[in-house]
Write a protein that binds this ligand. Structure first.
Ligand code: HEC
Ligand code: HEC
Length: 325
């Protein structure tokens, strides 16, 4: 009997020691990690959004942990303990069915994009397998004062009525937009904007560079797909009321490429394009795209979908970059 007790007790003791060493103590230590540089507490609305995220199982398909692997580079720098100082329990996730969301506030900074995507992911990412979250929206006959209707593309919008976000959707989007990696010296936080769309070929064929110009139109097309198509769509037509069409656009289809290049470098907000004022912001790309990359994208846009503006060289981009914002 005593022997049995000794064996069982010994095993239990070893088990407890192992649990303390590999789980409990590391967890306590990690939870005491000081906040990394630039990491701030969530606002009450963002915190509510975090709960909506957890409650709706977003974490079943999305991680929030960038591993130090090549395949994770599009999502930013490797995650560090200080990133999670204000986010316990961490929503790390394990299934990577969708893209990692650690940095989605930088890669998809447009609330309008986030709302349309949540309402129906297919409206912006035609081949998405993400479920829709229409139940986070109300369909109303008249938009109440103080609310803004979500400009869902017609093919995806309800037949009657306007789509407005519920408080839960607003909280969730405010949380998603707060997911931004803060820089740590020596690590790049640059993200690819639309990794998920990289497989969909845009409906355009890039023409080769004319003499006097050195650029790679095919590379421009794939960079466009990865960085721009989520908003401006593979067709270049954009989404009415949300993202402007680049076909015949005055910045794109113009002999002077300054505004076109400036927009890609520094983003845009509140600019009137084709008589329409867009509430949604276009993110800056100066951090993650080189002069050559931007020249390739710009030239693709300037020659695709029936546009025929004079091409640019990387040196033109460098000159405009040097002038600053
Ligand atoms: C069944 C799996 C699944 C679930 C559940 C899911 N997603 Fe997704 N999500 C995906 C896939 C796949 C993509 C890539 C295609 C796309 O952009 O729609 C994606 C893309 C995204 C993106 C764009 C990321 C980027 O970098 O382009 C965001 C933001 C997002 N999901 C948020 C959410 C939120 C918030 C929830 C919960 C309300 C959620 N997802 C639930 C599968 C899922
Ligand atoms: C998150 C969504 C989003 C992404 C991604 C995006 N854009 Fe935009 N883009 C916008 C919005 C919104 C506007 C309108 C901005 C405004 O009116 O203030 C815009 C405007 C533009 C314009 C027109 C500027 C003008 O003054 O007429 C060009 C050109 C453009 N984008 C090119 C690009 C290129 C190239 C990329 C990829 C490198 C890109 N966009 C990625 C949302 C986006």
């Amino acid at each position: 009997m005593n022997k049995l007790l000794a064996i069982a007790g010994g095993a239990l003791g070893i088990y407890i020691v192992i649990v303390l060493l590999v789980a409990v103590i590391p967890a306590i230590e990690l939870s005491q990690a000081p906040a990394g540089p630039g990491v701030t507490a969530l606002t009450p609305l963002q915190d509510e959004g975090r709960q909506v995220y957890a409650a709706n199982g977003c974490g079943y398909c999305h991680t929030q942990q960038v591993r130090p692997l090549d395949e994770d580079k599009p999502f930013g720098r490797p995650s560090a303990p200080g990133d999670f100082a204000f986010q316990t329990p961490e929503l790390l996730g394990s299934e990577r069915t969708g893209p990692d969301l650690t940095n989605v506030g930088n890669s998809k900074p447009s609330d309008v994009w986030q709302y349309i995507h949540l309402y129906d992911p297919r409206a912006v990412e035609p081949e998405s397998i993400m479920p829709n979250f229409k139940f986070l929206f109300d369909v109303v006959p008249v938009v109440p004062p103080g609310e803004t209707a979500v400009p869902v593309p017609e093919a995806f919008a309800p037949k009657n009525g306007k789509v407005i976000p519920t408080l839960q959707a607003k909280a969730l989007v405010s949380y998603l937009l707060s997911l931004k990696q803060s820089p740590i010296p020596g690590f790049s936080t640059a993200v690819a904007m639309g990794t998920a769309t990289a497989a969909t070929p845009p409906a355009a064929t890039p023409a080769p560079a004319p003499t006097g110009y050195a650029y790679d139109a095919a590379k421009g097309q794939s960079l466009f797909t990865a960085n721009c198509a989520a908003c401006h769509q593979a067709s270049g037509q954009g989404i009415p009321g949300a993202f402007p069409s680049l076909i015949g656009n005055t910045a794109v289809d113009d002999a002077d490429p300054t505004l076109h290049i400036q927009t890609v470098l520094h983003g845009a907000h509140g600019v009137v394009v084709g008589g329409v004022k867009y509430n949604s912001a276009m993110p800056p790309f100066s951090g993650q795209l080189s002069d050559t990359d931007i020249a390739d994208i710009v030239n693709f846009e300037r020659s695709a979908w029936g546009n025929h503006a004079k091409p640019v060289n990387a040196a033109d981009v460098a000159a405009i970059r040097a002038k600053g914002n």
